[in-house]
Design a binder for this molecule. Sequence first.
Ligand code: NI
Length: 653
Amino acid sequence: MSAAHPLSMLSAEEVLIAKQVTTQAGDLGEGAVVVHVILVEPSKESLAAWSQGDPVLRTVKMLVLPGAELTMIELLISVSEERVLERKLIEGMRPALLMGESFIAMLACKEHPDYIAAMARRGIVDLEHVQIDPWPAGAFGFAAEEGRRIARCISFVRLTADDNGYARPVEGLLVHVDLGTGEVIEVIDHAQLDGVDPIPVPQTPARYGPDDVGPLRTDLKPISITQPEGASFTVEDNLVSWQKWSLRIGWDPYEGLVLHDLGYFDSGRVRKILHRASISEMVVPYGDPGPVQGWKNAFDAGEWGLGRMTQSLTLGCDCLGEIYYMDATMATEQGDAWVVPNAICMHEEDYGIGWKHVDLLTGRHEVRRSRRLVISHIATVGNYEYGFFWYLYLDGNIQMEAKLTGIMSSQGLPDSEPHPFAGRIASGVVAPVHQHLFCARLDFDVDGEENRVEEVHVETMPAGPDNPWGNGFAAHAQLLERESGAKWQTDSASSRSWRVTNPGVLNGLNRPVGYKLVPTMSTPTLMARPESSVARRAGFAQHNLWVTPFDSEELRAAGEFPNQHEGGAGLPEWTAADREIVDTDIVLWYTFGITHIPRPEDWPVMPVEYTGFMLMPFGFFDRNPALDVPPSPPGHCAPDHSAPGNGAPGHCG
Ligand code: NI
């Protein structure tokens, strides 16, 4: 079955064809593991040239790991022609961590005599419910890292199979496992090395199920979202149309959701805004400099995969209202199709008022409701959950919101010990200070490919004859000409934003059409020192904004293979060329996130914390594009539902 459109999502059939072709080519022998099968997106030229009814030629990239060595085979496969187009060896790099190998690593730890002995020194002899978390290793120059793919494994004690193990971190015990051979390289017991007693395993339970947390509140009345005429969006294949928006939904094992070909219908045509938007990479560096916690940093996109770790969503729980779900198709490590049902959730949300004014002279009152289309997925990466929510609004705004929840990485520390790099979250348990830094890749095509970027900030005018009252301030825009001048930090004091314009297309006021990127919340950059291992590897996180000229090969902000990579790849490497970025096809990279200072309220499971950014039209339209939203019919109040005792007139519907 052939795809309907060059940007249709990868299908199970295509994965199977790729497997057959690779098997026939002899590259999927005994012990070989498939790392991923990814749709190769069509070039902008071929996409523009394609029209309905033309043949759809589909190509995928398959990455195969033949064995324990640091060699991978990347195959470019035409699934339309069922043949290998290109085969290349990738030497010296490590793929993202693999599920099969991770499970083998867990078992290997539990069987190793040094591990059993170290656990016994902590009074743990029954290892049945011990939970072992394999972490990406980073690059610290340990002998164990050399020439191998490794994981650093840390342990937690569950009392039962479904317990929350993060309540009982086994402190000071680290196991290096060779993922290629499945063998334990070394068991490092920091307590033994330091000649001290091990930190006791904390005993405070941290279960959070409805049966564990005490009486549940009983005064929450139902909120029902009803859309009696259905949702206002349509989906055909992966083409979504909602109000004046149109886009295609895509999926990548590392980025998760991808928005393609995002445009807004205006003046009789769809005006393109973004060719492609995604979360390209993210990093979670920890602030504790000690040997037990200091190696902790995770590139949850490139080392695990926001797509690979995505879980199915549940109606009524994850998503409320008239939901349209889409499945995500990837490849298993055996090369078979792996479909995550209900991976992507799409629905509309009422979002309060969109605009309003009351004419105080006449009492005339005009108000319109705001509404947004929500496109989301949620990845569970080990202890943490990341929800990625893209919102499209009636007024042309586009928003990305990341929702952070799940369980913090915990550390055992007696209550009497100081904890300068961690927050006390329970008796015997602290959580190290850390950051979550996401990098969005935004391939803007604002009314076409030839765009430029300006940094915009507001300046207070100097005192003088031009500013006699001292009140003067004005917005200043400076054109970003080359990559070297396009590395920026946010600055809320000067209201800094970045504007993408197309000087070749003028609006009705004779100004170039544009969109601006607005940091909607304060956002840090990487706290680690620039010469540190994690800063070299997460170069993208040293600046909030980067601009590059479009290159189809430049997709992942920390490079293609961040796992155990020594650093420098991705944005720092590409922008070292200092290419021109004026009136060409440009890509904005925006790093945003939070510095998480753990608090008791984040335990045992963390209430959602939000971070993100907004893309707002800036002269893309000639006036408020939501003027044509019709007034909502007025509701009525129902006194019979009046809340008892508060004298209120009742609820209004
Ligand atoms: Ni956190």
